[in-house]
Design a protein around this ligand. Sequence first.
Ligand SMILES: *Cc1c(COP(=O)(O)O)cnc(C)c1O
Length: 361
Amino acid sequence: MKSFLPRIEIDLSKLRDNARILCELYGQKGISVMGVSKAVLGEPCIIEAMIQGGVKYIADSRLENIQKMKAAGLLTDFVLLRTALSQAEAVVKVVDISFNSEIETLRELSYYASENNKVHQTVIMVELGDLREGVLPCNLAEFISKTLSFTHIEIVGIGCNLACYGGIKPDERNMNELSEQVNLLEQEFQIRLELISGGNSANHEWYKATQNVGRVNNLRLGESLLLGRESMNRKAIPDLHTQAFQLVAEVIESKSKPSVPVGMVGQDAFGNSPTFQDRGIHQRSIVALGRQDILVSGLKLDGDLEIIGSSSDHIIIDSENHNLQVGDEVSFDLDYGSLLAAMTSPFIRKTFVNYNSDLAA
Ligand SMILES: *Cc1c(COP(=O)(O)O)cnc(C)c1O
């Protein structure tokens, strides 16, 4: 039988290596690693590889993904990164820890926790400049004070998230501010904050450069576990695998054609008026994969092949120097955005290499 196309090939042994190396690296300065599963929709085999590599918690922004991982039999501490008021009841039932930044939501979580005879644990997110989620530092003490009044909520820590909306770099200044906030809150309220979650894959440079991580003792990593890169400059992290995922698609047409379309130019399928550079007659190949499946701008081809365009269902490649034939397979590297799209597309089959799982098939 021929392999399914298009498919994403996922090398689980490379993912285990990445997890092990990152846990060792961050462990050197006392930082634990939370594996972030959302980009791969909580795919249980992938998450199991992270756990085999040593990650301590698994965090996702979507309850559905966490439910999938639990149903598959994964045993770890699950953390919800994004909490919605309307989901409070389900949140309490599905996870023990959630990240929060709204009092109304915490009130609701406390209510449902008490209904279910549970204590729900929370990490309070602090806004340190990136302007996505988080309580402003000037309001933090009041926020913690209100949260402490909820009978079925336990504050296990505080966290921050940078480099997502505003592109703000984690650095000495904002990381020290997080540590100072921890110290202030612990003094003011006579509490102990166990989990200080300083950020994501963008914290790598700060970590490498800093002499002192302060109170930060956790990072939440998606991209660097999966793609082996930090996410501030997208540099590869030494010794990590950057090609644990490969997207493979099929050539369905390969012909020599002019490089400039013939006729009057109006709009393309997406409302753009394209322009073209005349390279003369070149061999062009079409692969059966398109914008409905993938973020084309995040794909990379090795060697002599170059992506020259795409539509909903087709990617067009200049294959002048490669001579692709109909039926050939083409492999692409993916960035984070393309990985997200590929894992979400129902048309792309997920296939595993170096499978070594205790989960039921
Ligand atoms: C997605 C997400 C992460 C993981 O980010 P990476 O850049 O993939 O490491 C961490 N924290 C939060 C709150 C997230 O939403």
